[in-house]
Write a protein of this length. Sequence first.
Lengths: 336, 336
Amino acid sequence: MDKRPTIIDVARAAGVSKSTVSLVLQNSALVRTETREDVRKAMVALGYVYNRSAANLRSADAGLIGLVINDLRNPFFTEFATSLQMELSAQGYATVIANTDEDSALQAQVVGAMLEHGVSALVLSSAYGDVSATFDAIARANVPTLQVLRRAEPDRDRFPFAVPDYTAGSRMATEHLLALKARRVAFVGGFSGREVTDSRMSGYLSALAGAGLQPLHLPGRPDRDFGREIAGRLAREHPDVDAALCFNDLVALGLLTGCAELGRKVGSDLRIVGFDDIADCRQSWPALSSVSCDIATFARLMARTVLHWLKDGTPPPRETVTPVTLILRASSEGVW
Amino acid sequence: MDKRPTIIDVARAAGVSKSTVSLVLQNSALVRTETREDVRKAMVALGYVYNRSAANLRSADAGLIGLVINDLRNPFFTEFATSLQMELSAQGYATVIANTDEDSALQAQVVGAMLEHGVSALVLSSAYGDVSATFDAIARANVPTLQVLRRAEPDRDRFPFAVPDYTAGSRMATEHLLALKARRVAFVGGFSGREVTDSRMSGYLSALAGAGLQPLHLPGRPDRDFGREIAGRLAREHPDVDAALCFNDLVALGLLTGCAELGRKVGSDLRIVGFDDIADCRQSWPALSSVSCDIATFARLMARTVLHWLKDGTPPPRETVTPVTLILRASSEGVW
DNA sequence: CTGAAAGCGCTTACAG
DNA sequence: CTGAAAGCGCTTACAG
């Protein structure tokens, strides 16, 4: 295990000064083509590997972006994280990632670690709970931080926020169900009081109010298990419910499984719409209607937004809301 | 945006030298408790953030591990990556992650970027194809690298490899199907010639050979779409097939959907076993039998293995094979 | 226990 | 176009 060669070794091998090597590294136009070639050859010959940490010590941008996600195992967030990372990579930035499993204390810890590693910026989909430690640390380090998908810290002048238009999505979905003559539409999953649940419910509530109908919220964890459980309760306790808008696709897919188990016909007996349009929606049986947030595009936009902030110095708008679309499939339309 | 304070600022505020501050940072026993307290207070007062890059320049271990994954959107790899990252984080290491989308050229690029960032070690689930650029760069940089799940570079003395016991898993699954009187067992998905497909098929082949039966491989992409497509072909072209071992759970779940679509009864007409035991298996209808690699445990083991290598200096065994278990559910047993 | 000095691998003005 | 020198924020012997 010999030590890695440095620019000094390269300079010696190429017969130039280390300043010249540094200029070659930065593709400076100051260096003569011939000299540049010599230096390049020496690098290859020695197996030189650029040391960004050292470079970073003098200049600014480390080329590292921190990505902190509350639930990376959820396919919606997986798609977000993956698309964001790949866009950053295409722009020459590496991504340090951490899953917090909805634990705000763990979140404070991983954010602290990222700051020590000198991330140039952070993209944060926060855990719920007391996040003051997280945001205090970020504020101290003065690192540009974009809140996405969940607004945990209300100071959006300092921590701009971006989110798909959940309200419009749930309104469209509800109106779609009402147009199909649904007379009792339930909202399944999520917990009121939580930001995301509230905004996903608000369009539902306003659409029902517009039609003069009463809402029904069946709160619960945003996962398949809950969706499956609720199928029975829905059949037993709320036989009048003929349509369900779910908090997310996982709940909806679980509900689909639960209905299959009970022999309940989805799309006619019960119309179901999910939220997020994860890849699995196309492959369920029946296929699941869903509100698409086009999360891959959203992720790429976030990557470009944070890099622009970094380079330009001016923060993005305090709040960005991106459009959503309703994707209709058999689970709500009944056409298998 | 004022500059971040450094140990010099802290030293001045605490009335000590910067060496002392450095010792406090390292929890050295040399510093008097009282002095330590003074320094700590000064750090908090100034909002000091430790700069690891600078520290790394002098000492060795940067506390950064690179994780490169061929398909991060696949839940099997998502679970692996997330569990690995969380274990590394618990041990004080940050994770730089990159998805390569099965693109060996992109893989070489992201690995190069990670080496520039000074990762102390790499964990790599490689893309297929020409990976020489990837491994040449790693060899030049002399960074400990653990190959996982897929052996792309044959030199395992230099690049140790770890994988669950796919062969045993497919043998157990096949024997299970044969014990239930299946007479024609197909292997669905994957491509022969690929390492993972070959090892997942080998146990299947040997179990069939042991029973004096002929194998049938229906090759294809390892995703839900393919599984769904194949359901029709299976019914039309291979009506004698009464059991299917799938390359992975995604194929099996797609096949389940396809059978539902065709009205084919899974568990009796056709017994199905998947591979990987991703979380969705419990929630499908019928629930999917699968070979569990206990990937979360595997991931944590890999985290500890690579850190041990880093600290100890001695590489792990050239090949590690971890046990798998067969999880029986309704899709193969027919008990709904 | 604490301080002064050198050095990690780069970049950045500044000369020439 | 190229080189000599200082400095980025730390750690590490070495004195005291």
